[in-house]
Design a protein around this ligand. Structure first.
Ligand SMILES: [Zn+2]
Length: 283
């Protein structure tokens, strides 16, 4: 049996906690792209419909002054057709409440990108209008990501549900970033193209220690190999280049990596036991 991973970690001045919105289903072939099933099914067991149960890990960061939430899962607004396909569990708000974290406590929400499984709890539907789930929070995403979602391109428009973000932009609560930026002391965003062109990772630095919420650039510990790229990725060659840039620093600087979609191992350190091979070392 895998050991349960601790849910809270101290990283310099930060206290980090992983909260889950539960799991949902993705097609295993979509999740592992060009990787043959005989290889990926050893790492994630598909069900009889070839679906894999995928995690939805949000990261709460506290520095004593601010409370920051990275990613907000799928939420509870999917229409019945999508809810039937993905079977979301919508657990995030209950998980936060169980740890005495109230919606009003969140000062900052960072979305790495705007696919529906990353920003669903940004907003709540109340009657026929949509409001901010976290009433005091400032929300952040890359402007390029929002522009791409707003295009509603044939390839990926199903992933972009505007009620997760447009009402926040209209209310002046969501801020559109242009490139890498520090949002709070030690908390910055860094764009890593590949999954989408403007997906941003969240980088933490405190007292010489570093962590990185890498989002869909490396969705789980099963995707550490440079070539294990999801079929969803719009720019798979750029995913490989971005992963190289991550490993160049993550290995020598011993980054704590946080994996959005890993249902078992939300965080791990990385090691390279031999050239070209990257493994996750549980925390
Ligand atoms: Zn995504």
């Amino acid at each position: 049996m895998p050991q349960p991973t601790p849910r809270s970690i101290t990283l310099g001045d930060f206290e980090l906690t992983v909260f889950s919105d539960g799991t949902y289903f993705l097609d295993g072939g979509n999740f592992f792209g060009v990787v043959p099933k005989v290889l990926w099914e050893k790492k994630m067991k598909p069900d009889e419909r070839n679906r894999v149960a995928v995690g939805l890990n949000s990261l709460l960061i506290r520095d004593g002054k601010h409370t920051v939430l990275v990613e907000t899962g799928i939420g509870n607004k999917l229409d019945p057709r999508m809810a039937k396909i993905f079977a979301p569990q919508a657990k995030l708000m209950d998980s936060l409440a169980a740890a005495q974290v109230a919606p009003e406590d969140i000062d900052v929400v960072i979305n790495t990108h705007l696919h529906f499984d990353h920003c669903g709890w940004n907003t709540l539907r109340q009657g026929d209008h949509v409001t901010a789930t976290f009433p005091k929070a400032q929300y952040y995403v890359q402007e390029g990501e929002w522009r791409h979602g707003s295009q509603q391109h044939e390839r990926d428009r199903v992933s972009y549900l505007s009620e997760n973000y447009d009402p926040l932009i209209q209310a002046g609560k969501m801020h559109l970033l242009q490139g890498d930026q520090e949002l709070l002391p030690g908390i910055s965003v860094k764009v890593y193209p590949g999954h989408t062109r403007h997906m941003q990772a969240v980088m933490l630095k405190s007292q010489g220690k570093r962590a990185c919420y890498i989002s869909d650039l490396i969705p789980t510990t099963a995707h550490l190999d440079l070539t294990w790229v999801m079929a969803f990725d719009l720019f798979p060659l750029e995913t490989i280049e971005s992963r190289k840039r991550v490993y160049e620093h993550a290995l020598p600087e011993k980054w704590l990596m946080i994996f959005t979609h890993d249902p078992v191992t939300p965080w791990a350190y990385l090691e390279s036991p031999e050239p070209g091979k990257i493994v996750a070392v549980p925390v």
